[in-house]
Design a protein around this ligand. Sequence first.
Ligand SMILES: Nc1ncnc2c1ncn2[C@@H]1O[C@H](COP(=O)(O)OP(=O)(O)O)[C@@H](O)[C@H]1O
Ligand SMILES: [Mg+2]
Length: 295
Amino acid sequence: MSANVSTFDVALVTASTFPECLPDEKLLADALASRGLRAGPVIWDDPAVDWSRFRLALVRTAWDSDRRRDEFVAWADRAGAHCPLWNPPEVLRWNTHKGYLRELEARGVATVPTVWLERGSTPDMKALLAERGWTDAVVKPTVSAGARDTLRVRKPEDIPAAQSLVERILPLKDMMVQPYLSSVEGYGERSLLFFGGEHTHAIKRPAALSGNPDYDATAAEPAPSAEDERTFARQVLAATGRELLYARVDIARDEKGGLRLMELEATEPNLFLRQGGPRAVDRLADVITHKARGR
Ligand SMILES: Nc1ncnc2c1ncn2[C@@H]1O[C@H](COP(=O)(O)OP(=O)(O)O)[C@@H](O)[C@H]1O
Ligand SMILES: [Mg+2]
């Protein structure tokens, strides 16, 4: 997809570690080309880029943003002052720390029960898990992606590793502890995609912590959403009180089959456009075109 960045109308924002985006973004670029807009990958922290050249910038595979969150959100504020950036800088700042889940829960969204561990705190993991009665639990950073530094504690022998993990990460970042929802195996974590508020497609994702050594965070199979999942996902989007050009609502079922928000991905989700097919690609391209021409 490489071309001269300065000729693009639409920047597909990516990372220097991922300079070409995914084949999915090539589908999007083709759909935009047929609407008269040139689109291609632009590296977010490339100092040579003049963001005022673009009609619109769309955050895509900026997959180092979790490791460099402060720099990334500061970049978004700067770039967003020069061209329409989606999702907006304020959304990117809000969505790159999983503390947004607390806010959504306060607005009535069912999330996964969570103990929030503040940066700088020194919890005793054995005591914490015993107090909650969680015999199968997950410890993860609040700023993460692709299950980085995410650990499952399924037996007492796993507790020392969890203790080491919090002692390594908590000096730097907030963390969270949750019960393990076993429905992510079998029924699977379900991701519902929305472009300009319209639900286009859904996929089923493999479980990251089931012990499968071949886990691939980018793998997914098309799986139609259930009606209760669609209703739930729309409730999540409404609870944000924000306009999202793209959003992925990641849902898991609890032990009673109830829906729980695992994550609302409004920063750099894999949009699984190949699985979504032409309807999804066209809808996304239409929404981008509308926004880009509105300038
Ligand atoms: N409470 C949980 N129960 C079961 N699986 C979990 C839980 N939390 C995380 N996981 C697994 O770890 C993956 C990554 O966690 P997630 O919260 O989505 O963070 P991120 O995708 O930002 O790394 C999930 O897709 C899921 O497979
Ligand atoms: Mg996730």
